[in-house]
Design a protein around this ligand. Structure first.
Ligand code: AMP
Length: 213
């Protein structure tokens, strides 16, 4: 099963993807998380993608597409794709790759949220620095039990540089410029469902289950 999660930065793509991954038992891949791992390793790919990410810009399609092919080839069972595709070029590329493997996109969820809420959420978002864990917190509505410490693995939490106000505004601007096109692309294919993330994960799960049938 291949499921795509669309939505603005900070809209809850990571949270919804994790829930879906448990529900349908396929791996969750976040291109953003993957890039942050490369950046933390300070390797060639990391340095390259950081030039774009640190400015709130998209990483060029060619780099992302090459990485995605490899991931798809290694995950025959399917994937929850979080943060990919982000451009029409990427969407068409994905379709071609899946078609060649006689596979298809089964569902696309689009997270609905307004900009004010996003700026507020990303200001308060904290992420576990252990890349194997990556648990997402919010200082308002999903606080860690202990200050700046991950409940799951005990590692320190951090505030992403690109979640800070100046960068998030760039990311949002870019998102709005591109999202309409990609949302209508999947809408026209009859694959799109708009959902709103509920702070109560059980309610979101129920909602997702309804649309997976
Ligand atoms: P995210 O964690 O999904 O918000 O992604 C963080 C950053 O990684 C984005 O602002 C982009 O710079 C980059 N990125 C992630 N996924 C993609 C993609 N599919 N295409 C281009 N850039 C991406």
């Amino acid at each position: 099963m291949f499921i795509i999660i669309l939505g603005a930065p900070g809209s809850g793509k990571g949270t919804v993807s994790k829930l879906l991954s448990e529900m349908v038992d396929v791996k969750h891949i976040s291109t953003g998380d993957m890039f942050r791992q490369e950046i933390s390793k300070d390797n060639r790919t990391g340095r390259l993608v950081n030039r774009y990410i640190s400015k709130g810009l998209l990483v060029p399609d060619e780099i992302v597409n090459n990485i995605i092919v490899e991931i798809i080839n290694n995950n025959e069972k399917g994937l929850i794709l979080d943060g990919y595709p982000r451009t029409i070029n990427q969407a068409k590329f994905l379709e071609k790759v899946l078609h060649e493997k006689h596979r298809q996109i089964d569902k696309v969820f689009n997270l609905d949220i307004n900009d004010q809420e996003i700026i507020y959420r990303t200001e308060k978002r904290r992420i576990c620095s252990n890349t194997e864990c990556g648990e997402i917190y919010n200082l308002e509505f999903k606080k860690p039990l202990e200050f700046n410490t991950c409940d799951k693995c005990g590692e320190a939490l951090f505030h992403r540089d690109d979640d800070k106000k100046r960068i998030i505004q760039n990311r949002l601007e870019l998102y709005h410029k591109r999202s309409k096109e990609i949302v209508s692309y999947y809408e026209n294919k009859g694959l799109l469902t708009n959902i709103k993330l509920n702070l109560n994960e059980n309610i979101t799960k129920k909602e997702l289950k309804k649309y997976l049938k």
